[in-house]
Design a protein around this ligand. Structure first.
Ligand code: ARG
Length: 467
């Protein structure tokens, strides 16, 4: 980016008519957004081509000028794409950098492009187009992540593991069922993405500075040309609104929270103490001092990126809060938050998809852990309700006594003798041992959405049909 130091300090060539002198150096520095909004170059040029085409169609500019403008804009696009374009900070932002270059390339016709528009509707358009494309990218990436989980869930529909509440062993579940929990979470993220695309699918261009314009423009034509469903309905709201950016950041924040919870589980599961999974070499690092170590750095960084993304949401909410209608320059601070979050989110989803695909699941360790911690105690209580007709509260109490006895004998529930159990409740028979294994426990939970392999397979099929 040119820093403007070689340029003379005259007033701004785009808006400097009433200014006798140029900006203070520090004014230029605080005002300029080109350092980051150059990312919007393709959207800016696309928007300008649609606008110029509409202006000519409506007889507001001549076809000859329109052709020059479109040709010039095409040239600028390839200049930027090939790295030949010189960005200037004195020209503030992407909009004026492109327009100034257009003037150099095609002369006075360039001055007609800005008829019936303002940078206020222009930036709203460019940024919306960018966010919409980013959301479409996220939709695809989430689909890939969901697909990775569906494959692991299918593979492990019968692999038992402990289910936790309070990170204490609760009841046995299957690893497939646990994977499907993440499918639900990322599925919700994806539907939020789809709703946001719907919400923001309105074209801002033609709102002009804030009040609309007296030129006979056709906003439906530009909306259609730019792939929007329709134009926005209130010109004041159009240039004041950054809901689409806030929605992007909210969605990104919730999704990052999901990714972070998964990252945390991977960190816990890969410890030698848990040993539920082994990290692939591709997604872990070694220690420079402790040769035995394999660290889950990728998972930890995914967990940490959540901080940046959540921070961006709070930052932009705070920028927007208390802004009077319509446009204020504060809103220029919207882009870096969104760009940074988009980059972090894409990285985090991609890294997680890789980790999920590569995860080496240690079914033996999961199974061993699934049976410890009296995880089938609820199954014993349920058996007492079903087979001995006890009210659940009483069954809970009886089971508690059996757990206490097993604890005292340092054995599992299934290792208690029938006599031991009958001493606690006379109606217990040897049939009870059928429900005390982890496999039986898991297989019995056939309620809709439950952990039984048969049920998990049904949910996998439901998602496969929708992914
Ligand atoms: N760079 C500005 C932004 O990002 C463009 C809009 C400027 N509009 C204005 N009236 N100064 O918000």
């Amino acid at each position: 980016m040119g820093d403007g130091t070689s340029e003379t300090k005259s007033s701004n060539q785009m808006w400097g008519g009433r200014f006798a002198q140029g900006p203070a150096a520090i004014m230029e520095e605080i005002n300029a957004s080109i350092g980051f909004d150059k990312k919007l170059f393709a959207q800016d040029i696309r928007g300008s081509i649609a606008h110029a085409t509409m202006l000519a169609h409506q007889g507001i500019i001549s076809t000859e000028d329109k052709d020059k403008i479109v040709h010039g804009l095409d040239t600028i696009l390839s200049e930027i794409e090939s790295g030949q374009f010189e960005f200037s900070r004195r020209l503030e932002d992407i909009h004026m950098n492109v327009e100034a270059r257009l003037a150099t390339l095609i002369g006075p016709a360039a001055g007609r492009l800005h008829t019936a528009r303002s940078r206020n509707d222009q930036v709203a358009l460019d940024f919306r187009l960018w966010v919409k494309e980013e959301l479409q990218k996220c939709e695809k990436m989430l689909t890939d992540l969901i697909a990775a989980f569906l494959d692991r869930a299918e593979e492990h529909a019968e692999t038992v593991m402990p289910g936790f509440t309070h990170l204490q062993t609760a009841q046995p579940v299957t690893f497939g069922h646990h994977c499907m929990a993440y499918v639900e979470m990322f599925g919700r993220d994806r539907s939020r993405v789809r709703h946001a695309i719907e919400h923001m699918d309105e074209s801002p261009i033609g709102a002009a500075a804030l009040a609309g314009t007296g030129f006979p423009i056709d906003r439906h034509m530009t909306a259609k040309a730019l792939g929007f469903r329709e134009p926005t309905r209130n010109s004041i709201d159009t240039v004041s609104d950054r809901d689409f950016a806030l929605e992007f950041l909210s969605i990104a924040s919730i999704c990052a929270v999901h990714l972070s919870r998964l990252a945390e589980e991977i960190v816990i599961w890969s410890t030698p103490q848990f040993g539920f999974v082994r990290l692939s070499d591709a997604f872990s690092t070694g220690s420079s001092i402790m040769p035995q170590k394999k660290n889950p750095d990728a998972a930890e960084l995914v967990r940490a990126k959540t901080g940046r993304i959540n921070g961006s949401l709070v930052a932009l909410l705070t920028v927007m809060k208390g802004l009077p209608l319509a446009y204020s320059k504060d809103m220029q601070e919207d882009k870096e938050q969104v760009f940074d979050s988009a980059e972090s989110l894409e990285l985090a989803i991609a890294a997680m998809t890789g980790m999920v695909c590569d995860l080496d699941v240690r079914a033996d360790r999961m199974k061993a852990a699934a049976g410890s911690g009296y995880s089938t105690a609820t199954d014993l209580a349920d058996w007492l309700v079903r087979e001995a007709g006890l009210p659940f509260r009483d069954a809970h109490h009886v089971t508690g006594r059996a757990v206490a006895l097993a604890e005292q004998k340092a054995c599992e529930l299934a290792e208690l003798s029938l006599e031991d159990l009958q001493a606690i409740h006379a109606d217990i028979t040897d049939k009870v041992f059928d429900v005390l294994t982890v496999e039986a426990s898991v297989a019995s939970r056939t309620s809709f959405g439950g952990t039984a392999p048969s049920e998990v397979r049904k949910q996998i099929a439901w998602w496969r049909a929708r992914n």
